[in-house]
Ligand binder design. Sequence first.
Ligand code: NAD
Length: 357
Amino acid sequence: MNAMHTSIHHSAVFDHPEMDGHENIVFAQDHQTGLKAIIAVHDTTLGPALGGCRVWPYDSPYDALNDALRLSRGMTYKNSLAGLPLGGGKAVIIADPRKDKSVDLMEAFGRHVDRLSGTYITAEDVGVSPDDMEAVARFTDHVRGTKATGLGDPSPYTALGVFEGIKASVAHVFGSADLTGRTISVQGLGHVGYDVARQLHEAGAKLIVSDIHAPAVLKAIEAFGATAVDPAEAHMIEADVFTPCALGAGLNSRTIPHIQAKIVAGAANNQLQTPADGIALKKRGILYAPDYAINAGGVISITQVEPGGNDTVVCEKTIAIGKTLSQIFVRAERENSTPEQIADKMAEERLAAARKA
Ligand code: NAD
């Protein structure tokens, strides 16, 4: 092969913009079921790479690869910051979850996961149901969040971590973690958002709620005496805290100028549309609890492998999210940085220390 060929191939593969030192990337196919999957193992310094499996009808294999690389790197950071003995990985299956998914397809995926000998551990993500994971588990032990492992639904733990994170944020901004009389706008009342709202209500907060699904809103009005607003206006409301628990990318150049709250702290993944949006929040004097730090309760809970899990250990670790956030906020101020930049730094520091040890 001549030099030109070498450089073209090099830039197309190992110099991929999202490559970032990934340890192992597997393109998995199964001709009988039509499975096409990519399993990305980003980093196993801290332990086996844990990250969910996403089933999504990507427009092209390149989009799927991008997503797998980006998400697996994100899991390295999330698991590191949460203090877990786990590295980061992620799998994507290129398929429409409504049309193409089958038991056979998920079993074929399970066989591929098993070939990685435990360097990658899979779990549920977008487009994957508990039943799908049971199919995967028939062919590999390297799976979490099944009936045989752990504590079941991770949402209550995610909600607990978010509640603790809100208290830490309120303490940082207002000098006390007491939520009595604080106004909090919770956007999205699904598995996590509703349970966050319940805990906030029990702690004495005044709730403003929104969801595109009307029955969830009615339930919260009745149970918590909440006030309802249009979901599109949840961020504009006069409140102490804005708590996004719906979809990602809600913090962007259109919404940030209208945020009234002093704090944004919620469960949604990938809340900042771009890194510049984190800087824009800081400029407006709004404290942002980095999403992957505050919503780690779920991943903490799925690390449990024993049937029934250990609720006490998981709760302790999840409650510690509040402490981690307090450290992040203090350091961000000291280093004139944003909380999400400090979260990344802290995750990287733990990795660097483990690499040296
Ligand atoms: P869910 O699907 O149960 O709930 C999402 C809710 O948001 C639904 O009630 C939906 O009607 C509502 N919604 C959708 N679009 C909306 C909009 N534009 N405005 C207002 N409401 C809207 O999901 P979930 O499990 O509660 O997760 C919520 C968020 O937290 C997601 O971003 C998820 O990625 C993230 N997260 C969840 C977990 C977990 O353990 N479930 C862990 C980490 C992160």
